[in-house]
Structure formats: C-alpha cells, structure tokens
Design a protein around this ligand. Structure first.
Ligand SMILES: Cc1cc2nc3c(=O)[nH]c(=O)nc-3n(C[C@H](O)[C@H](O)[C@H](O)COP(=O)(O)OP(=O)(O)OC[C@H]3O[C@@H](n4cnc5c(N)ncnc54)[C@H](O)[C@@H]3O)c2cc1C
Length: 354
C-alpha cells in the first residue's frame, strides 16, 4: 500500500479503516489477513458464517473494489480473517499477497452476503459442500459454525490443482479428526484425477438428495456442480451458491443523444467530479454511469454486496430490490445501491463515497 493510500482513508461508512494485525502465509499463492476490529466497530463488523467483506484498494492509481469471504467463524474464532488467493494477472489479489503487511490500513465495508448457514426445521439435515480453490473460505467458516452450533453432519468435496494448493489443509484435517462422526472431507486433485466432472459430483451427492448443498469455487467448477445437482433433481431451495467473480471492467460506452431525450438526467459525483448521465427507461444509475464512461465501484450487481452504494444528495431514487446489501439505517441516511437505483425525480444527484 502506498503512503497516499494509508493516509487517504475513509473513517465513516460505508468504508471503515481497519488495520491488518497479521498476515499468515497459507500456501505459495494465498495469504490470510487478520484484521483488527476496534471496539467501536465491533457491532458493525458482527457477521454470519459465510459472509464476506468488501475492500477498496488502490492499484496503479485506480481504486478497485473486491470482496473476500471471512474464513473465520463468528462462533469459534476470536478474529476476523479473510484469505486471498492470487489470480493470474489479478490486480488486487496480487497486490494483497505482495504488499499488504501487519500495520497496513485497509478500507473495508461491513460484512454482507447471503451464502450463510440457514437454520432448518430438521435439526440433523445433512450439509453437502463443494469447494474449489479459494472457494474454501466461506465454506470452512460454515463448517466451523455448523460443527459448533448444530448437530448436522457435513461432507465436503474440495478440489485443488495439487497438494501444495490446498488452503487450510491442517485446519480441515484437525476438524475432521475432532468430529469423525460428523465431518467427512474428500480431496480432489486435478493433476491426479483431472477436473471434477458431472459424474464425480453426482457420485459425491450419492443418496443425499434431501441435504442442503453449498457450492463455491471457480466458474467452470460451479457449472459442473450445478449441472450435477440439477441432474439428480435437488430442490433449488436447498442449493446455496457463492460466485467468486471479479467485476468486469467492461467496455465503457458513451451516452447517446437519444438516451437524453428518453431518460432521466442524474448528476453522479465520483471522486469529487460531477458528471451528468442519463438513465434510460428501467436503466439503473450504475448502468448509466458505466455506459457514460465512469468507473464507479460495484461487484455483485444483485443487491447483496453493497459495493455500489452512493448517497442521494438531491431528488428521489427507488431501489428495484435489496438483498441485504444495505441496511435500513443506511437507507434512512440516504444511501442507495446504485445497481438497483432508478431515479424518480429530476433533478437528481447521487454521490459515491470518497
Ligand atoms: C462474494 C465474493 C467473495 C469472494 N471471496 C474471495 C475469497 O475469499 N478469496 C479469494 O481469493 N477471492 C475471493 N473472491 C474473488 C475476489 O473478489 C476477486 O475477484 C479476485 O481476488 C480477483 O481479483 P483481482 O483484482 O486480483 O483480479 P482482476 O484484476 O479483477 O482480474 C481477474 C481476471 O481477469 C483478468 N483481467 C484483469 N483485467 C482485465 C481486463 N482489463 N481485461 C480482460 N481481462 C482482465 C485477469 O488476468 C484475471 O485473470 C470473492 C468474490 C466474491 C464476489
């Protein structure tokens, strides 16, 4: 992190300044960050197993927003820990692995996400988990919480390139040996068995069709597991999926004069500069801003991560939906998720946080 980044830090939400207490090298290409949560932020940073934190990091002069799941469990771990695996040519993941150290201050949003352990009426319903690579982070959090707070049995299929890529190997082995009756872990290594395919995933499901299924990993792995679950007829209500996708920087287009005639003009304040963009019918403020060539922060675009939050300074903005990305207190203070935000008045001004 640059000195500039250390000093230019938001102290009030939606981003909070958190200091890295410790960096733990997990594998050759992944590290964990243990974050210090000051007393006054403890309430804000309370989380559920499986949730993630959103970080805003400056790389080569550009502020990028990325989500990292908490690999710690609120029920068994005293600290907040996220684990970041390098992505080839990935900007934030490599910067974190190369440059973040104890004492680095990071800008972080409070926990969000719905990939969580859901309470069930049948207290012993099995949990079957599929995880690939860094997709283990929310999964291990859920495993620890499920073991500590329920009687549910768990099975995990964990896919990696090779032995050296397995994150949390020791911790997982420890959990399995402490709970031999309840937790079974099967490793799949690409170099030995090839990529997990639909047949392998179907075989792992076995007779457990009435279980809850948690799936997190790289895109192709997720596609395979989803296809397997569909093939064996698992109810959608029992499937929980977390996609680890970076927001696409996208092709940045230009607003056309026709848009201006049909749409609603919105002043977007980003990095201290105001740009007027035009939202076409049904178009969100985030979409219009990006189409106009701006680069506001965003990640999920599905109303659960909170990355794209901005404050309404003038006029009215309605959200199409909110899937937990923003809480009522923030809405009352005038914040909206711009990925869901439709302008309902003219003039209308929204401002992204500095
Ligand atoms: C809810 C959620 C939770 C997550 N949890 C974790 C976690 O716990 N651990 C973890 O490691 N990751 C996690 N991720 C993924 C993480 O947020 C990042 O997506 C990941 O670290 C890659 O970011 P990056 O900036 O390093 O890569 P990017 O710079 O975004 O690059 C990603 C890929 O795109 C390519 N690319 C980059 N720029 C361009 C361009 N301009 N044009 C074309 N291609 C390009 C790169 O070569 C690379 O292959 C999570 C994601 C989500 C949504």
């Amino acid at each position: 992190m640059s000195e500039a980044q250390r000093s230019n830090i938001a102290t009030e939400g939606p981003y909070y300044s958190l200091t890295v207490a410790e960096v733990v090298r997990e594998t050759h290409d992944a590290c964990s960050l243990i974050l210090e949560i000051p007393q006054e932020l403890r309430g804000k940073f309370r989380y559920r197993a499986g949730q993630f934190l959103t970080f805003r990091v400056e790389v080569d002069g550009k502020r990028l927003v990325r989500c990292y799941s908490l690999a710690s469990s609120p029920d068994t771990d005293a600290v907040h820990k996220v684990t970041v695996k390098r992505v080839i040519e990935g900007r934030v993941s490599n910067q974190v692995n190369d440059r973040v150290e104890a004492g680095t201050v990071l800008e972080v949003m409070k926990p969000a996400g719905v990939f969580c352990l859901e309470p069930r009426p049948d207290p012993e319903r099995e949990i079957v988990m599929f995880s690939g690579g860094s997709g283990i982070t929310p999964v291990i959090s859920i495993i620890k919480t499920a073991l500590a707070t329920t009687r549910r049995p768990l099975r995990l299929l964990y896919a990696n390139r090779d032995e050296l890529s397995i994150i949390f190997r020791q911790e997982l082995d420890g959990l399995a040996s402490t709970h031999p009756e309840r937790l079974r872990i099967e490793h799949s290594l690409d170099y030995r068995e090839g990529f997990v395919d639909v047949e392998r995933a179907v075989a792992f499901v076995g007779e457990s069709r009435a279980a809850d299924f948690y799936v997190c990993g790289p895109g192709p792995f997720m596609d395979v597991v989803e296809e397997a679950l569909t093939r064996v007829g698992v109810d959608a209500e029992r499937i929980f999926i977390e996609r680890f996708e970076s927001p696409d920087d996208g092709e940045l287009g230009e607003a056309t004069p026709a848009d201006a005639a049909d749409g609603v003009a919105v002043d977007v304040v980003l990095d201290g500069r105001t740009t007027q963009v035009t939202c076409g019918p049904g178009e969100t403020i985030l979409q219009a801003a990006r189409r106009a060539g701006l680069e506001p922060p965003f990640a999920c675009e599905e109303a659960y991560c909170g990355c794209c939050m901005a404050r309404v300074k003038e006029g009215r903005v309605d959200m199409k939906m909110n899937d937990g990305g923003i809480d009522q207190g923030q809405i009352d203070q005038g914040w909206v998720l711009t990925c869901q935000g439709l302008p309902r008045s003219s003039p209308c001004t929204v401002e992204y946080p500095d």
